[in-house]
Design a protein. Sequence first.
Lengths: 528, 42
Amino acid sequence: MGLGVSGQYVQKRTKRPFAIGSREREHPMTAQTAGSTKAATAGPYLVALAATALLIATNHFYSLGPKALGLGSMVFLAPAASLTWLRRTGNRVALAGFVLTNAWVVVGFGLWKGLWRTVLPLFLGTFLSSVSTAFARPTTGPYLVEATGILIFFTSLIVLVFACRLLRWRDPRWLRPSVVVVGAGILALYTYSSRDRWVPPPGGVVHIGVIVPTSGPYAVLGNSFVRAVEMARDDLRDTRYRYELVVRDSGPDPAKAKAIIEKTIEHERLQAIVGGISLIGQVTKPYATRARIPHTCVCSVASIADGAYNFTDIPSPEAEAVRWVAEARRRGIKTMAVLTQDYPSINNHVKAMEDEARRAGLVIAFERRFGEAEADFGPMVAAAAARHPDVFYIEALNPWLDQLVERLTRAGIHNLSSVVAPSLSQRPDLFEGAWYTDSDLVDPGFKTRFEQKYPGTQFATHMMPYAYDSFRMIVEAFERGENPAVYLRNLRTYPGTADTLVKAPGSGRFDSTPAVWVMRNGRPELVR
Amino acid sequence: MKRRTWVAFGALVLAMLLGAFAIVRSNGTASREADQATMFSH
């Protein structure tokens, strides 16, 4: 017998304690409230259930992949099977199974996933964040995920209504006022729980995570970064709280860094994270958001800086581009070759620079982007040189940077330029005469102090001052007794070591103005 | 449920879907990583 023909089906069977969909014999719970004489059919219920299952599968496909189809199937089959069982046997266990599987769909997906995790953040969360910085602007996924989340909430309510009809549970008088009260309670609970409030650090100790790659190709930069944060901590005087650094090597591989970051946040009870390197910052971002702790990334990838819990604080690619093109024009440059590594922050620099260059009428005569597997730069350099550009724009991380420049030098090419990259070089002598844009350094004494404190440690101008400032901004929040994420959201300007940092309301990006540097005698010299 | 209840229900759903579209557009979409960690890891 099919599920959709319940009326006929139940009438043919007589040895069942509960007849669902007929008045033949009633369940004790339904008998109390049943008043309808009309048998409810399973059709509308199954349609609503199938729609909910389809939406759940679609919603979870984004995170689970093909496994989401299995989840969707379970969401449909479990309640449908328990309904069939209940109709055939009518026993209490089957009834419990039907109630529980529907509760799983309605509460587990409809109320939790649909209402609490989608509808409330999207609408109430967005509204609250627009009226007070004590509330973080919610993270939104792709529209399909958000839309299916909303629909899961509503279709699960329809499932609830039809499931109650099948069981002949009619609305008692107290139901509607109760829904209003519970609804208001949920709104109040969400508002209360999503507000970021000041909590004094337990035991007067603030744990700040310093998460950067200190091994692999970024080791030199990562270790210098850690030194800069240590210097900021050592410079603290007479603070209310004690600040402990939890230094963790994320490693260079973002996939492996995930587990390290997640474990560090959970086990070390971090109250803030100071990070660097855009690849690792992208991985850190969602974990900081989930833990609701501020994460400052010394990087320039705009997608990291959500202004909720994640902030960046080096000059934007656009600011670098404007300064670079202005200097190129001042030098009479008309054509350029662009040789760069495929890496998020570098790609952003290149895109901004090329957009600005085109606006200014500069010609990009040659362009090549290479990956980490690039072993021989010879053919690339020869092809670029054949176009006789006025300048070679190069940008990469080490070791590829120095390998590329070495190849260019061997080919007799010295008209080099870049954004930031030369300050990362282990062979600055190769860049002799090259000009590039990088962070300003309004406090040159900072670099001197750093090099005296950590002799032999590389000072990357676009990172070390910001690592130092990031730590101090977080310390300021705690010393003022303010939630550090809220403090950073409210901060508009900060007198930084490299430059005055400026942040627009609602933005997560602290901007500053870059300067022009030239490599002279193996050392970067500020031109401005 | 009455017909007008269904109409009101449908109108509410539609309004919320349109509102969500506007919010997602103005917020920008999170990365796949962000979605997984903040939306699905619970």
